[in-house]
Design a protein. Sequence first.
Length: 420
Amino acid sequence: MHEVDCVVVGGGIVGTALTYCLSKFGIQTTLLEQSAFGTGGSTGLSAATVWCGVDLATTEHDEKKQQLTDLEEDMYLCAKSRQLYKEVKCKECQYMETGALEIATSATELSFLRHQWDTYQQRTSGKTPSLQAEWLNSNDAVRQKEPALSQSVLGAIYTPLSGFVSTPIGCARAFADAAERMGAICAEGARVTNVVPCSDNVATSAGTKRRFMVEYTCESKQTQQVATDHVVFATGYFTDVMQRAFTSQTTESQTPQPLPPTTIVPVQGQIFQLDKEPPMTKTKVQNYPNLQWPQKVIFTVRGYEYWKNHTTSPPKVTHDATGKRLTHHAYLRPRIQGGLLAGGSRIPAGATKHITDEELFHDNVSYMRSFLTPLDHYLALKEEEEEEDFRKKTLEERGIDYWRGTMPFSPNGQVISYSN
Ligand SMILES: Cc1cc2nc3c(=O)[nH]c(=O)nc-3n(C[C@H](O)[C@H](O)[C@H](O)COP(=O)(O)OP(=O)(O)OC[C@H]3O[C@@H](n4cnc5c(N)ncnc54)[C@H](O)[C@@H]3O)c2cc1C
């Protein structure tokens, strides 16, 4: 048995980044991950895009403290993510600051986007750091920033600090490595099986009692123990289940009481990469020398629009009772190797059996080609060349790499906050 100030359960991007931050503050931390860092849940399957509207690095330390309360948490957390990615430099994981465009392709979306722009401005007005964004009110202005977008895009919010992380698994690894260099213990293949209040005889070297005993199994299958004062469940879409299972064992007299369990809504998304075939390995699109794959991150507003205005869970917002999708949400980004990585279609995690990968792909792609010129031209070319054959081919036969993954959401799509 060993003892530490804090045990972090789960070594996805959240658990590894948290362990890194705690270690920077000199808090003795043990990180326990059942698989390899970044691979056991959502992190390794992510598109790893990062939206960022303010630059925390330009402010003094004291001002940063102010931001926590002044800036709304979602903006602060996004900016903090960018800052951490830039800070934990490593070969495998780079923060690619390409800038991002949140686009509108209809009058309704444009008016929603305008409202969003006004809100961003209000929330940051007179505060440090200031909003780093631009309102693009015409197709020309948008296409000057990103020529790959089509005439159907009516406007956009441009955030130059946004971007993506080259490999999310590499990032999780980099955070864990950096934490270890500062004295943290970061264990892979360590599955937490129980968290119980400590019995009275578990004392620290200073003679005081530790609050919790965390039990875990590792490769040897032997149960190991670590005594600690704080346990953080950074277990992604398992978090509420873990919290409920383990906090039920704490006693009423225990102080401070554990935070009440959160509710996590598991949501599935599909990602595909168009880069397996030779034309996709370059930024230029074959046979269209004037067309380039997008060089910026692109988010569509549709879906998000409804999401923000409803308090029901994301699946209910994006789908009707029969599981049929009502709204779209799509995001695209360049890949470092060239080509395109695109994701979309948020669906309830339990209801996906009835939607095949082909159907999802078709749905996502037919939406994306409406605003992305090179994708539309590429698919039109393929369909013309191969006629019916192209559509009959499986995704693999068409050289399209795809996967689905589950991610954690809050019931209303907003940041889960304990601060108020
Ligand atoms: C297809 C897809 C696309 C996405 N695109 C984006 C994007 O572009 N931008 C973005 O910001 N987000 C994106 N996300 C969401 C993002 O990936 C997640 O929000 C994020 O990875 C969650 O990280 P996490 O560390 O909380 O959870 P996870 O990565 O799920 O990590 C939880 C870890 O806990 C471990 N664990 C569970 N139980 C135990 C136990 N008993 N003992 C020890 N370890 C345990 C698991 O093995 C796992 O490694 C996407 C997600 C998916 C699936």
